[in-house]
Each structure stands twice: as structure tokens, then as C-alpha cells.
Design a protein around this ligand. Structure first.
Ligand SMILES: [Zn+2]
Ligand SMILES: [Zn+2]
Length: 142
């Protein structure tokens, strides 16, 4: 694994922990401790890119039921009522949670650029450590 990749994984892990903790004032995005090496031996499993997004559970805007969208390119059909949406309409619906494709746990998800994107940009599974990332280019804009 290249050192750039290792640095990325460290950043991902640190970012996940930051979100899981209560917000701390003054804890800016540039204060990652890049000297930490504790992830070097961590088993890491993950994917990136929207096409590999974990299954999402959305809320039906008509009847409030959970709609499972297995794949980012699947249409979004409510199992209880007639509501039906194209995958492009994902951002119009309320995202309840993502499901870990490895172990089936609910994942923690969040955004890195809420002002630019209307979609989750990362999701992490606390049960099996699977991590999904929308894309990697954010690493360069710090
Ligand atoms: Zn419905
Ligand atoms: Zn998992």
C-alpha cells in the first residue's frame, strides 16, 4: 500500500471518529494528527464511488414507510404505496440510514461538503469496520 493511501485511510478513520464524538469548538478540519500510525495494522475493507454505495433506506414521502434502495442505480419503489421514484430523485427523499453490505448493520453516514452535495459522502460500519467513501478527491482540498 502506498503511503498516500495509508494517509488517506488515516484521514478517513480520524474523520469518522470526529463525527462520532460530540462537536467540539475549535477542532478544525486541519488538525488531523498525521503522525499517528495506529491504523497500520487495522484490517480495512471498503469501497468508494457512488456506484458501489451501500444499500440505502429512504423514507417514503407519501406514507412514511421505509424504502430499501439496494443499489444506487435501482429505482426507488415504496413497498406499501404507489410512490415510485427514479434513482436521480434520491436527494429529494429523506435518507434514514445506509446498511453495511458486509454484515448488515446500520452504518454511520455523513457529509464532507454539505454545501456542495446533497448526498452522503461517507459511511462507516462500527460493527465490522467496512467503510464506504463517495470519492477520494476531497483529500486534495485540505
Ligand atoms: Zn409509500
Ligand atoms: Zn459491517
Amino acid at each position: 500500500m502506498s503511503s498516500a493511501l495509508r494517509a488517506l485511510f488515516r484521514t478517513l478513520k480520524t474523520a469518522g471518529q470526529r463525527v462520532a464524538k460530540p462537536l467540539q469548538r475549535g477542532d478544525g478540519p486541519n488538525k488531523f494528527d498525521l503522525s499517528s500510525v495506529d491504523t497500520a495494522t487495522t484490517t480495512y475493507e471498503g469501497d468508494d464511488g457512488w456506484a458501489k454505495r451501500p444499500p440505502a433506506t429512504l423514507e417514503c414521502p407519501r406514507c412514511g414507510s421505509d424504502i430499501l434502495q439496494h443499489n444506487a442505480r435501482d429505482s426507488i419503489d415504496c413497498p406499501r404505496c404507489v410512490a415510485e421514484f427514479e434513482y436521480e430523485e434520491f436527494t429529494d427523499l429523506e435518507l434514514l440510514h445506509l446498511t453495511c453490505p458486509i454484515c448488515g448493520s446500520r452504518m454511520l453516514h455523513g457529509q464532507r461538503h454539505p454545501e456542495q452535495f446533497d448526498i452522503p459522502e461517507w459511511a462507516t460500519c462500527n460493527a465490522c469496520r467496512y467503510h464506504w467513501e463517495f470519492k477520494h478527491s476531497y483529500v486534495g482540498d485540505r
